[in-house]
Design a protein around this ligand. Structure first.
Ligand code: ZN
Length: 160
């Protein structure tokens, strides 16, 4: 009797855990850390953006004024994401790019705000970067709207 009771109880607790577990294993990234490890590795702003999908306030990123040649990489794992040659002034207050480097990002449909948007994250560590919209300039027509907090810039040698 006691044993059956226990079995029922564990089945119930397993079910209660299921949604969380499912989210946790939805995607396995090459670089993965516990949330505590990410918290220690990132600044509070980077953590809020990259792990909790917060959006930084527009016009706050120092990278808006970054116009040198080089590469914008993931702030968490340093994977190169965007060539500076694809950066453009979107007027939105967030660093924007019309193209992404090959095999750099993953995308998922995000309907958190009643409208469907395409979320963009680092392919290697899963860190949230921003969203991609289809109102960008040629040749791609895409606008990768990025949080500057999720990026770090590396100037090319000799860039000025
Ligand atoms: Zn990354």
């Amino acid at each position: 009797m006691h044993r059956r009771h226990l079995l029922v109880l564990s089945a119930v607790s397993l079910l209660a855990l299921l949604p969380r577990v499912r989210r946790g294993v939805a995607k396995i990234f090459e670089i993965s850390k516990t949330e505590a490890e990410w918290k220690a590795a990132l600044t509070p702003e980077q953590y809020a953006v990259m792990r909790e999908e917060a959006t930084e306030r527009p016009w706050t990123s120092a990278l808006l004024d970054e116009h040198r040649k080089g590469v914008f990489a993931c702030a968490a794992c340093d994977l190169p994401l965007y060539d500076a040659a694809t950066k453009f002034d979107s007027g939105t207050g967030w660093p924007s790019f019309f193209d992404v480097l090959p095999n750099a990002v993953g995308k998922k449909v995000d309907d958190a705000l009643f409208t469907t948007r395409t979320e963009v994250h680092c392919r290697r560590c899963g860190g949230h970067l921003g969203h991609v919209f289809e109102d960008g300039p040629p040749p791609t027509g895409l606008r990768y709207c990025m949080n500057g907090a999720a990026l770090q810039f590396h100037a090319s040698a000799g860039a000025s």
